[in-house]
Write a protein that binds this ligand. Sequence first.
Ligand SMILES: Nc1ncnc2c1ncn2[C@@H]1O[C@H](COP(=O)(O)OP(=O)(O)OP(=O)(O)O)[C@@H](O)[C@H]1O
Ligand SMILES: NC(=O)c1ccc[n+]([C@@H]2O[C@H](COP(=O)(O)O)[C@@H](O)[C@H]2O)c1
Length: 172
Amino acid sequence: MKRAFYVGRFQPYHLGHDKIIKMIANDIDELVIGIGSAQKSHSVTDPFTAGERVEMVKKALEDFPIRTYIIPLQDMEFNSLWVSHVKSMSPKFDVAYSNNPLVVQLFTEAGIEVRRPPMHERDKYSGTAIRKLMIHGARQDWEDLIPKTVMEVIDEVNGICRIKRVAGNDHK
Ligand SMILES: Nc1ncnc2c1ncn2[C@@H]1O[C@H](COP(=O)(O)OP(=O)(O)OP(=O)(O)O)[C@@H](O)[C@H]1O
Ligand SMILES: NC(=O)c1ccc[n+]([C@@H]2O[C@H](COP(=O)(O)O)[C@@H](O)[C@H]2O)c1
């Protein structure tokens, strides 16, 4: 039985994440998804709470073929202690998947195997690009970039109004 770990901020969860997570599922038996920077919300770079992001991921993976665990992870001041923090919060895992250079470095130094999944249409599927469109674009500019269930979570919490307000734009 092979269990993997995948971490992201998921601000918001988008179809790039979805494609990669579904690809990872072919190689492993169970997946732990870490919701990174769990303490952050209500900002332009991190608009959604950890709870909202848990709901996004959970609903997006409703028909996922393997068992998943979703765990919120707060950031720590000490990068050198982060892997211990992750290990204490997560079910045990055998391999980590990430493209974040710091995450790759910290896991590698801790002796944990890291696999780097390919990027899927990164110009389109990027949290930063999607948040920009949410603030400055029309709904049709970004709604096809996230799963429908994620859109429903964002609507339920009035997320577009929130991100526009914290960005200082007129939210109407
Ligand atoms: N289009 C994509 N294809 C494959 N992997 C992706 C894609 N976008 C993000 N990832 C990966 O998913 C993980 C989680 O990323 P994260 O939640 O920060 O998304 P992001 O789109 O990079 O967001 P942001 O632009 O806000 O940093 C990272 O390892 C990241 O490299
Ligand atoms: N010192 C720390 O708290 C530490 C170190 C490495 C990664 N992280 C977190 O892991 C997540 C990595 O996700 P991304 O690949 O989406 O950037 C982020 O939330 C990041 O803050 C935290």
